[in-house]
Design a protein around this ligand. Structure first.
Ligand code: PEP
Ligand code: MN
Length: 630
C-alpha cells in the first residue's frame, strides 16, 4: 500500500504533536484522543492506517501505546498488521507563556513518555513533571492556565500555542528519535485486491516486536510470547516476534494464509529453535542503550573515546615487532596488533610463527606500555592465546565460525570481531550476539571491506553498512582501511572517510620494511605515514613522541580553535538577533551554566582553565549579541 494524499492516517494527539508528524508521512492526519480510539477507528475503517509510537531512543518501548496495540491484538481475529516503520526526529523544547523565566518554572507538563526523555531537565529545574495526554495538548493547557507552568513539546506545538521557548533541545540525548509503526487492517483473503496493488507474497506479518521491546502485562495477557531472535529494526520480520501460540513449532508450521479464527498473531519465517539468552545481565547487541565502552589500559574506545590499533600484519621476529611497537606507540596508537596465526589464502604462504611469536608480541607491547591484539583462528587457540593477549581478534574469515565465537566469548578477554567479507550487517551483529551470549562483556566490531564486483581494491569499505551498524548497536565500531584497500596509497583516504563517519577507532597495518614483509606488505603504512595521519586526527603520542610533532598537533588544534571561535561569535550574533526579534532576554543564566558545565566536563571541574575559558566565551558572546554589533 503506498500512502497517497487521499489516505487518512490516524494518530493519538493533536496537531503539532510528533504523532501528527508521523501521520502526515502516511496520509492526511486525523487526530484521536486515545490510542484505543485510534485503533478502533482503524478497525472500523474510518481511517486507512494509523501510526503508533513504538520505541523512543531514550525511553525505549512506549508501553502506553504498545499496551493498547497488544490489547487490540488480543481480540479474536484482530486484523491489524504492522506495515512499516517511520522514524521521527524528536526535538523537544521547553516553552511557557511570555513572562515566565526559566528559573521560575515549577511544573513541567508533557506526555509521560516524553517527560521520561527529559530527566536531566527535570532534575536541573527541580520542577514537578505533570503527565498530560500529549505534547501539543500540554502546550495548549499551559498557555490556557498560565502560572509557573511550562510544557515540553515540539517547537511547532509551542509556536502554535503561542508560547515562548525557554530552552531548546531538552531531551537527554541529542538526535532523539521515536520510531512509529504504521498500522493497517490486514487484507483478508476475502477482500478484493485493489487495482494497481500487488498481492503480497505469502502471509503478511501481522505484528512484530523486535529487540528493545519488553513484555508488558498487556502483552502477556494477550498471550504473547516474546522471542529473542537476531533481527534489525529495518527488517523486523526476524526480530522479536509476538506469537500468541505457546508453541513456536506450531507457528513455524503455519506457512499459508491465516486460517479463520487463527490465534497466531505473528506469521512469518518462524525460528527453528529458540532459547532465552543465557546472560541476562549483558545487554544484547541491538539493545537501545548508552554506547558501550571497552577499556584495556590506555586503549579506551566507545562513547566518544576513539583510538587506533596499529602494528604489522604478522609478527615476524622479536626485533621486527619490538621496532614496530615503538614506532606505533610514538605515532599515538594505543594498542599494538600483530598476527601469530595467519589465515592465508594459500597453504604455501607464511602461516605465522604461532604461540612463540605471541611472547614476542607481548614483550614488545609491554616495552612500550601497549595492550596487544591478536587473531585466534581455532577454538583450541583461544585458551593459550587469551593467557597472554589483551584482546582476541576474530578475523573476517571466521566471523561466522560459531564454535570459535562461543569459545572466544567464554574467555575473559575483550573480542575484536571483524565483519566477514560476505557477511551482511545483520549476520555480523548476530555473530557479536554469540560473543555476548557466551559471556563476553567487551565486544568491538570492525568493518574491513566486503567483497563486491570491484576488483580495483582488495575489498569495498562499506561505510553505509558501518552507519547502519552504528544505528543498531551500542558496541564500539572500528574500521580497518588496510584490508579494505589492499594498497598503501588508499589507506589514509579510507581512514579519513571512516573517521569522518564517526567510527570509534581504526585498525591500521604498519611495517617499516613493507617490501620484505611476510604478509600484506603492499597495504602497510610506513610508521611516518601513520604519524602524519594520526596528526590529522589529533591523536597524540605519549612521552615517546617528539616535541616538534606535538607542536604540529598543537598548531592544528589552534587553527581549529581560531576557526571555531570565529564561528561561535557569528552564531552569538545570530542568536542575539533572534532573541531581540522575539523579545527574549539576551542574558540566560541557565544557558550560561550549561556552557560552563560543558567546559568543566571537558577540562575538569576543578581547573581554573574551564572557568576562565567559559567566562571569556560568554563575555564575548554577550558583547556580540548586543544590538548594533556586526
Ligand atoms: C588481519 O587483521 O590481519 C586479518 C587477517 O584481517 P581480516 O580478517 O580482516 O582479513
Ligand atoms: Mn593483514
Amino acid at each position: 500500500m503506498t500512502p497517497s494524499g487521499a489516505e487518512l492516517a490516524g494518530y493519538q494527539g493533536q496537531p503539532g504533536s510528533f504523532g501528527a508528524r508521523a501521520a502526515a508521512r502516511c496520509g492526511k492526519p486525523v487526530a484521536f484522543p486515545t490510542f484505543e480510539r485510534t485503533l478502533r477507528a482503524l478497525l472500523a475503517g474510518e481511517i486507512s492506517c494509523a501510526v503508533l509510537p513504538a520505541v523512543n531512543r531514550v525511553d525505549g518501548p512506549i508501553l502506553e501505546s504498545l499496551d493498547a496495540l497488544a490489547r487490540s491484538l488480543g481480540e479474536p481475529e484482530s486484523p491489524i498488521a504492522v506495515e512499516a516503520e517511520i522514524e521521527v526526529s524528536v526535538r523537544l523544547v521547553l516553552a511557557a507563556p511570555e513572562g515566565l523565566a526559566l528559573e521560575s518554572v515549577r511544573e513541567i507538563h508533557s506526555q509521560a513518555a516524553v517527560l521520561r526523555q527529559c530527566r536531566q531537565l527535570l532534575a536541573r529545574l527541580d520542577a514537578i513533571p505533570i503527565d498530560t495526554h500529549d505534547t501539543a495538548y500540554a502546550a495548549f493547557r499551559v498557555k490556557e492556565t498560565g502560572g509557573p507552568r511550562a510544557a515540553v513539546c515540539s517547537e511547532e506545538a509551542a509556536l502554535e500555542a503561542g508560547l515562548l521557548i525557554l530552552a531548546e533541545d531538552v531531551s537527554d540525548v541529542r538526535e532523539n528519535t521515536t520510531r512509529f509503526w504504521r498500522l493497517a487492517r490486514a487484507r483478508d483473503a476475502a477482500d478484493p485486491v485493489p487495482e494497481n496493488d500487488v498481492a503480497p507474497e505469502g502471509p503478511a506479518p501481522r505484528v512484530v516486536f523486535y529487540a528493545g521491546v519488553k513484555a508488558s502485562s498487556a502483552l502477556a495477557e494477550a498471550g504473547a510470547e516474546l522471542l529473542s531472535l537476531p533481527g534489525t529494526p529495518g527488517d523486523p520480520i526476524r526480530g522479536f516476534a509476538v506469537v500468541a501460540e505457546k508453541s513456536v513449532a506450531r507457528a513455524a508450521a503455519l506457512t499459508g494464509r491465516p486460517a479463520g479464527g487463527e490465534r497466531v498473531i505473528w506469521l512469518g519465517p518462524a525460528p527453528e529453535f529458540v532459547r532465552p539468552p543465557r546472560m541476562r545481565d549483558i545487554p544484547k547487541t541491538t539493545e537501545v542503550r548508552e554506547p558501550s565502552v571497552v577499556a584495556v589500559g590506555p586503549f579506551v574506545v566507545g562513547g566518544g573515546r576513539r583510538a587506533v590499533i596499529a602494528g604489522p600484519c604478522a609478527v615476524e621476529s622479536p626485533e621486527q615487532v619490538a621496532r614496530l611497537a615503538r614506532a606505533v606507540a610514538r605515532a599515538g596508537a594505543t594498542a599494538l596488533r600483530g598476527g601469530v596465526f595467519k589465515p592465508r589464502t594459500s597453504p604455501y604462504s607464511f602461516q605465522g610463527h604461532g604461540l612463540e611469536a605471541l611472547g614476542w608480541l607481548k614483550d614488545a607491547g609491554d616495552a612500550v606500555g601497549l595492550p596487544i591484539v591478536t587473531e585466534v583462528m581455532a577454538p583450541a587457540q583461544v585458551v593459550p592465546v587469551a593467557a597472554r593477549a589483551d584482546v582476541l581478534q576474530i578475523g573476517a574469515r571466521n566471523c561466522q565460525n560459531y564454535d570459535l565465537l562461543k569459545e572466544a566469548g567464554r574467555s575473559s578477554r575483550p573480542v575484536f570481531l571483524k565483519r566477514g567479507f560476505g557477511t551482511t550487517v545483520e549476520e555480523w551483529l548476530s555473530s557479536a550476539e554469540y560473543l555476548l551470549d557466551a559471556g563476553c562483556k567487551n565486544v568491538i566490531l570492525c568493518e574491513r571491506g566486503i567483497r563486491t564486483f570491484e576488483k580495483a581494491t582488495r575489498g569495498t569499505l562499506d561505510l553505509g553498512g558501518l552507519l547502519v551498524a552504528r544505528s543498531l548497536t551500542h558496541l564500539p565500531l572500528f574500521a580497518d582501511p588496510s584490508h579494505a584497500a589492499g594498497r598503501r596509497d588508499l589507506v589514509p583516504g579510507l581512514a579519513r572517510a571512516a573517521w569522518g563517519a564517526g567510527v570509534d577507532g581504526l585498525m591500521i597495518e604498519v611495517h617499516d620494511a613493507p617490501e620484505s614483509a611476510l604478509s600484506d606488505g603492499p597495504q602497510a603504512l610506513l610508521p611516518e605515514d601513520l604519524e602524519e595521519l594520526l596528526d590529522e586526527f589529533g591523536i597524540l603520542p605519549g612521552t615517546s613522541g617528539s616535541v616538534e610533532r606535538i607542536r604540529r598537533a598543537i598548531d592544528v588544534v589552534d587553527g581549529g580553535i581560531a576557526r571555531l571561535a570565529a564561528q561561535r561569535l557569528e552564531l552569538a550574533r545570530r542568536v542575539g538577533a533572534v532573541k531581540r526579534a522575539s523579545s527574549r532576554p539576551i542574558r540566560d543564566e541557565a544557558r550560561e551554566a550549561t556552557v560552563r558545565a560543558r567546559f568543566a566536563d571537558a577540562l575538569g571541574s576543578d581547573t581554573p582553565a574551564a572557568t576562565r575559558l567559559a567566562d571569556a566565551l560568554i563575555d564575548l558572546a554577550l558583547e556580540a549579541e548586543k544590538p548594533g554589533e556586526t
